[in-house]
Design a protein around this ligand. Structure first.
Ligand code: SF4
Ligand code: SF4
Length: 384
């Protein structure tokens, strides 16, 4: 049976940073799951999946917490396992890495370079929110120190290697008014893809907290980034060209090309699986554990038979109440004028806003409209 999907593996939920907007530690003082996944457990999951789906195509996303806390030898054994499974079965397995880069040592780079053929296009995805002045406001170590020098040194090591990297930047109060500064910095950094994700942290009444911003602020930030990017386009060569998300995803929806970012796709969380260190499977780590267990918790991989796991990996949405949640959450989108391009956004985020405050939800939709119309106008103008 065919299976094509991304499986997010979280070998640990621990992290050596304590970013000011991360709920994981700030609110709870501890992580959601304190276990770690041993390398035997991880490779066991990969082999088991290949045995159940001998012709599957899976991107194994090495994620956390900070996955490199497991050490370089762990990473190497994981890559070796993927290579062996690819030889043993007619599967097509690839790996990707999401890291804060502070532990991206020469040894890790050597391992990744050695396995470059196994790495998906956006191989090393590095979290960074802008230049040091900005990054230091929210991203600091457990001891409260700046990790910036380590991050920049790791990026330099990646640039000196055969690897390419992408960046993921959280947009919050610390950088939302600094679009130009962030854009210029990212341009100089030279990532092949820069992804901006909004920080919508808010309390139960929808009031922003922990560096959280309103959706409209994010839309205005992205409109400015789009204008800067358009203005800079004539200077960009094939080598220096920047792809920026969500701009690229929106342009893909306008030109009816394939969109990779789930927020802008019809098919969202329903075929996603995220495996926690203790074996818990959730549709995605964006679901809130305390309030969304019924909606998105699937089962524990160590407690299900192969037959059950087969059904879970094929249709995780049917093992929990996701489909019900989906119809309810998307109800308001069905006659929206921009649905074709927005596709409802990230469902748990969108749903939380609806639950917390009507004005916040209206702001969410208003922001989507502002950004999509702005990009459409810019693209139309450029093509005319
Ligand atoms: S929860 Fe959000 S980020 Fe996760 S798969 Fe669904 S839409 Fe995508
Ligand atoms: S703007 Fe709002 S209502 Fe319209 S498709 Fe997006 S999330 Fe749904």
């Amino acid at each position: 049976m065919q299976l094509a999907k991304t499986i997010v593996i979280k070998p640990t939920m621990n992290c050596n940073l304590r970013c000011g907007y991360c709920y994981e530690f700030i609110r709870n003082g501890t992580t959601y799951c304190k276990d770690t996944m041993s390398i035997d457990q991880l490779t066991g999951i990969v082999w088991r999946t290949a045995k159940i789906f001998p012709d599957s195509k899976i991107l194994w996303m090495f994620h956390g917490g900070e996955p490199l806390l497991q050490g370089a030898a762990y990473l190497e054994k994981f890559a070796d396992c993927i290579r062996e499974v690819n030889k043993e079965y007619p599967v097509d397995y690839k790996i990707a890495l999401q890291t804060n880069a502070t532990l991206l040592t020469d040894e890790c780079i050597r391992i990744l370079e050695k396995n470059a053929d196994l790495l998906s296009e956006r191989i090393v995805s590095i979290s960074i929110d802008g230049p040091q002045r900005i990054n230091d406001m929210t991203r600091y170590s457990v001891e409260g120190k700046s990790p910036f020098k380590e991050i920049e040194a790791a990026i330099q090591r990646v640039k000196n290697s055969e690897l390419v990297f992408s960046t993921i930047s959280v947009v919050g109060t610390h950088n939302v008014k600094c679009a130009k500064e962030v854009f210029e910095y990212m341009k100089d950094l030279g990532a092949n893809l820069c992804k901006f994700v909004p920080n919508y942290n808010s309390d139960s009444n929808g009031n922003a907290e922990m560096y959280g911003i309103r959706p409209m602020e994010f839309a205005e930030f992205m409109c400015e980034i789009f204008d800067l990017w358009m203005h800079d386009l004539p200077n960009q060569t094939k080598e220096t060209q920047m792809i920026i998300d969500p701009i690229a995803s929106i342009i893909c929806t306008l030109s009816k090309s394939v969109v990779t970012w789930c927020e802008y796709r019809e098919e969202k969380c329903s075929n996603f699986t995220c495996i926690y260190p203790n074996g818990e499977m959730w549709l995605c780590d964006n679901f809130i554990h305390e309030s969304m267990k019924e909606t998105a918790y699937v089962k524990n991989i160590y407690e299900v038979s192969d037959e059950e796991l087969k059904t879970i990996l094929l249709t995780p949405n049917r093992v929990c109440k996701f489909d019900e949640f989906f119809s309810k959450a998307m109800g308001k989108c069905s006659d929206c004028e921009i649905y074709e391009h927005c596709k409802g956004g990230c469902l748990p985020t969108h749903n939380e806003m609806l639950k917390k405050s009507k004005s916040l939800y209206e702001d969410y939709c208003g922001a989507k409209k502002l950004l999509i119309h702005h990009i459409k106008r810019g693209v139309d103008l450029a093509l005319s």
